[in-house]
Design a protein around this ligand. Sequence first.
Ligand code: GAL
Length: 417
Amino acid sequence: MRGIVGRKMTMVAALMATTGMAAAEDVEVLHWWTSGGEAAALNVLKDDLGTKSIGWVDMPVAGGGGEAAMTALRARVTAGNPPTAVQMLGFDILDWAGEGALGDLTDVAAAEGWDAVVPVALQGFSKYDGKWIAAPVNVHSTNWVWINKAALDATGLGEPTTWEELVAILDAMQAAGITPLAHGGQAWQDATVFDAVVLGLGTDFYKAAFIDLDPEALGGAQMAEAFDRLIKLSSYVDENFSGRDWNLASSMVINGEAGMQMMGDWAKGEFVNAGKVPGADFVCIRFPGTQGAVTFNSDQFAMFGVSGEGAVAAQGAMASAIMNPVFQSAFNVVKGSAPARTDVPNDAFDDCGKKAMADLAAANDSGTLFGSMAHGHAAPASVKNATYDVITAAFNGEYADGTAAAAALADAVAAAQ
Ligand code: GAL
């Protein structure tokens, strides 16, 4: 990695010498956006920074949900050599801020009025001790289902709005000989599905269990029902699901090999990147029973403490570029997410994007917008990881029933706090 960085710097320096350009600082960016749709979105950011003479040194760490990226980050910080800017989620941002590792973006934020345009729910993860420590680039949500339109039409059934209707469609797809549920058996993917299943049993229940970590909600009858539903869903995956990357599961739906995927709206980035059109080729719906509510996660770029005026200036310039409303539209149209500002027009977004923006605003107004447990916005990493273990064990049939899984979840969360 150092060799590549060194080579890139030399090339930039040589270019500047020949063109007489003012010295531009590079930013080294750690991220996990390596799928087709994610890479397309990342290019929007790279190109935008390029127009501002901010050089990009790429540090991709593949692995959906970012667990591997966070491990790589810890190693770099421990070695005393943090990257300039890091894609990060929710409580991880606050943890690093608590360790005093992050730079301060408050001057840029104040000059550009971020306080007035970034949703308050996001600000809870972008600020620490009253200071801006990260620039939010998007708002994703996890309670979506992506359905192959032809496969849905073949069932003769309409878009499902309840759990029972969903099960009827999954059964019909199974009878028609396609894999009903495209899924990758990785803990974060299992947990992403479970976010939606829990939310589908009620917003009060989601909040009590995953935000308030109420032991009775975590171990009670509703959680047992949630696990029974998850176990039911596990019966609709194909035999090769174990370990499959999420974007390969998206491809199965895109190609008509599978009926649907339950995944955050980064999946839409894959559909769009494959030239697919919402309404014609695929359908986006909220997970049945979660209409009117949203479990969100926001990718933010946290700036690590670096030395040198030029490096700090480049971080500020990158943060400013990320928060530009025109950029927020261009980026999120490709990424599948909604903008992280409330003042971005929805004109450029497709129907699913418009729905994402409208749902987010409505959930925010009605108090039904909650942080995603699977993606680090409901509880700190220790608790999140404890839920992963139980959810994955349940998905793989390791408990006798939902009641046993719920009891294990309450114990695991208690031990993790
Ligand atoms: C999420 C992240 C998304 C997307 C997804 C799959 O955690 O917020 O931007 O990258 O992981 O990799």
